[in-house]
Design a protein around this ligand. Structure first.
Ligand SMILES: Nc1ncnc2c1ncn2[C@@H]1O[C@H](COP(=O)(O)OP(=O)(O)OP(=O)(O)O)[C@@H](O)[C@H]1O
Ligand SMILES: [Mg+2]
Length: 268
């Protein structure tokens, strides 16, 4: 996963992945899932269903107790986890910007670790700030506490994208912001994904967010996949009662969420 050029996102494959936590609680059971390069996949499911656990097996923050994760056909266990994680952007709800570093320095953390020279890092920082709609001259030298919650979220997305990762993992990244900022962040991440071709795996328990963003919605229930399908199919043909109860209650009113993204949606 070198970072020198922009390439299409990586292909991810989970084969028989299971996670049993110490103490015996089974969080994920026997998941088979293929995510195509450049696909926007959304894990949707209730609290405790295993979404975060499954997501973290991809960058080895959690080691599966059974099964294998492949990225571009390579078993991630054969890769140094630190190197692996530098190649995978990761965004969580609590943004986790370093409070003592400026926004520019925060965004430059991974490129600096990768040994990029200062001029290249500075160029990349400004490019990313512009990409997430934060005026570089205004924001690059500020500290995280001098940004609103939504601006910090944008900076967090910029940081995750800094070294042009081919995979971006996002775990409820927009949970802490209001509905309007959330909608604009959703638009931005969708645009970034189209422009860069990044493979994105995005976790949410918000049905409308899943429908707006996803090429494919992966409905997770009880640690397994209840349905993996296009937003439209999940709405129109829920695979079982669990999926129906999650999305089907007012499928009619939900279809509004599909209108805009569908126009832009292409097969990955
Ligand atoms: N470190 C841990 N040790 C033991 N059990 C855990 C641990 N982390 C999570 N679990 C359990 O594993 C299950 C799945 O948790 P996970 O965090 O993956 O759910 P989730 O779908 O992300 O939920 P949420 O929407 O609330 O974030 C839950 O039953 C949870 O209690
Ligand atoms: Mg979670």
């Amino acid at each position: 996963m070198d970072s020198s050029t922009t390439r299409k996102g990586a292909h991810i494959e989970l084969r028989g992945v299971g996670v049993t936590y110490a103490g015996g609680s089974v969080a994920v059971r026997d998941v088979d899932l293929t995510i195509a390069g450049g696909e926007f996949a959304v894990f949707l499911g209730p609290s405790g269903s295993g979404k975060s656990t499954l997501l973290r097996t991809i960058n080895r923050l959690i080691e599966p107790t059974s099964g294998t994760v492949f990225i571009d056909g390579v078993d991630v266990r054969t890769l140094d986890p630190v190197v692996l994680r530098r190649g995978i952007g990761y965004v969580i709800q609590a943004v986790g910007l370093f409070p003592h570093l400026t926004i520019g320095a925060n965004i430059g953390v991974v490129p600096a670790l990768l040994g990029w020279d200062r001029a290249r890092i500075a160029r990349r920082v400004d490019e990313l700030l512009a990409l997430v709609d934060l005026e570089p001259a205004t924001y690059r030298d500020r500290y995280p506490r001098q940004l609103s919650g939504g601006e910090q979220q944008r900076a967090g997305v910029a940081r995750a994208l800094a070294a042009e990762p081919r995979v971006l993992l996002m775990d409820e990244p927009f949970g802490a912001v209001d509905a309007i900022v959330r909608a604009s962040l959703q638009d931005e991440i969708r645009r970034i994904q189209r422009e860069l071709g990044t493979t994105i795996v995005f976790v949410t328990h918000d049905v409308d967010e899943a429908l707006r963003l996803a090429d494919r919605v992966i409905v997770i229930a009880g640690g397994g996949i209840a349905q993996a399908d296009t937003p439209q199919r999940v709405l129109e043909a829920p695979a079982n009662a669990t999926v129906r109860s999650l999305v089907g209650i007012d499928a009619e009113s939900r279809s509004f969420a599909l209108e805009r993204p569908l126009l832009e949606r292409e097969t990955p």
